[in-house]
Design a protein around this ligand. Structure first.
Ligand code: FES
Ligand code: FE2
Length: 450
């Protein structure tokens, strides 16, 4: 039994009933999802000011690797320098403003294709073409304009605001310590890394993953393994960010007998693909508790949940992964993490699914881009071998999302269609959806509306 305190989700979190919600508004205006004026304010006060994820560290492994990060019509290039450090620059040449880089690539220096000015990987202007035509120029005064870039948990973060406070201040010690235990930096996209344009506001996506209430309507198949009873979920609020967790078990065993619980675990790979690799060990542990006629009875203190935990720890350890910083709860329970403004992740030992949504570059608040990536914790030699290629979906509906995600994918545009009705001015948030109310309260603070 491992109960390492740093990753214990019960410490520093609250049950739903303990949370002081009096200062939150449970009435959310529909204009936030549909009005161009609202999105224009978000653009200036949130997206141009906030630390945002711009990729994974292992996308740019070597000095000279670079990639573009765009938000609305603003473009930045992230470059790994000769010193190994990642830096971010405004993606515009200091001569006449030409876009310096497109997509991603590798180079010893960055050369603008317009008049061939050349910059070092640290942003210094190294040379101008035909100096005889240029005249005197102060190279130091013509460095690429730099913006803050930093990394955490294998993610590259960029902030468009040169005056931004450090990333560590934004994330906070609590978030960083709690997530460190999972070794996210050692996780690799496996099986799914997909980007698609959706017909809904980016906040419809964030809201959809901030509550478990819709499981009853949208994901009924999850009811046999996720305990929705209000008293069992825990919520943690850490600065602008938050975490929620419901135990991955069935408490009402009178409704779901042992065999039904085992069956629920067997069905999990449809939603949590990496559970498949734990199943052989899980089945062996279950079978060890069957009598000659196949009947299943578990000794005192052993549950289907604890067998899943044991199978998960043993399977990860057999791959040479060190699970000592993770508790038994984390072997079975998904924690749902939200990092403001647009990052949602379910994570349990050995795997994570990350969902991010951005305003659509075309500026229409009724549309967004989402990216869904399934990560798996792998020993180093296996990472490149199993790494999923990023997919961009051009034909709507053509990508085979796994069941629960497909259900959300179909639901979200439907909500947006409802929100567009002028006759509906507000949504009414309920207690279980308090994380949505909190997200919008943080948003209000950025927008200067609270
Ligand atoms: S605009 Fe880049 S060299 Fe002229
Ligand atoms: Fe969902």
């Amino acid at each position: 039994m491992n109960t390492a305190a740093p990753a214990d989700w019960k410490t520093g979190t609250q049950a739903l009933g303990e949370i002081d919600v009096d200062r939150l508004s449970f009435s959310i205006s529909t204009a936030r999802y549909t009005a161009p004026e609202y999105q224009a304010r978000e653009r200036e006060r949130v997206w141009m000011k906030v630390w945002q994820i711009a990729g994974r560290v292992d996308e740019l492994p070597r000095p000279g690797d670079w990639k573009v990060h765009a938000i609305f019509d603003q473009s930045f290039v992230i470059v790994r320098g000769q010193d190994g450090k990642l830096r971010g620059f405004v993606n515009a040449c200091r001569h006449r403003g030409n876009m310096l880089c497109q997509g991603k690539g590798h180079a010893g220096r960055l050369t603008c294709p317009y008049h061939l000015w050349t910059y070092g990987l640290d942003g210094r202007l190294l040379a101008v073409a035909r100096p005889d035509l240029v005249g005197d120029i102060d190279k130091d005064a013509h460095r690429l304009a730099e913006v803050p870039v930093d990394c955490f948990a294998g993610f590259i973060f960029l902030n468009p605001d040169p005056e931004a406070a450090p990333l560590a201040d934004f994330l906070g010690e609590d978030v960083m310590r709690r997530l460190d235990a999972y070794r996210l930096g050692e996780m690799t996209p496996v099986g799914m890394d997909v980007c698609e344009s959706l017909e809904c506001n980016w906040k419809v996506v964030m809201d959809a993953f901030a509550e478990g209430y819709h499981i009853i309507g949208v994901h009924p198949e999850l009811l046999s393994v996720i305990d929705l009873a209000a008293g069992n979920s825990r919520h943690g609020f850490f600065g602008d960010h938050g975490m929620a967790c419901s135990p991955f078990e069935v408490s009402r065993t009178q409704d779901f007998g042992l065999e039904a619980q085992v069956e629920g675990i067997r069905n999990l790979p449809g939603t949590f693909p990496t559970v498949a690799e734990v199943l052989p060990r899980f089945e062996a542990l279950v079978d060890a508790n069957r009598d000659a006629a196949g009947g299943l009875a578990l000794p005192e203190g052993v549950t289907v949940r604890s067998l899943l935990q044991q199978a998960t720890r043993e399977t990860l350890s057999a791959k040479g992964l060190d699970t000592s910083a993770l508790t038994d709860d984390q072997m079975s329970d998904n924690q749902g993490w939200f990092l403001f403004p647009n990052f949602f992740m379910t994570i349990r030992a050995g795997e994570a699914t990350v969902i991010m949504a951005w305003p659509h570059p075309d500026g229409d608040p009724n549309r967004c881009i989402w990216r869904v990536t399934a990560y798996m914790w792998l020993p180093e030699p296996m990472r490149d071998q199993l790494r999923a290629d990023p997919v961009t979906v051009s034909e709507p509906g053509s990508y085979p999302y796994f069941l629960a995600l497909q259900q959300d994918y179909e639901q979200m545009p439907r909500q947006q269609a409802g929100l567009r009705n002028r006759g509906l001015s507000h949504m009414s948030i309920v207690k279980e959806e308090m994380s949505i109310a909190r997200f919008h309260a943080v948003l209000d603070r950025y927008l200067g509306e609270s």
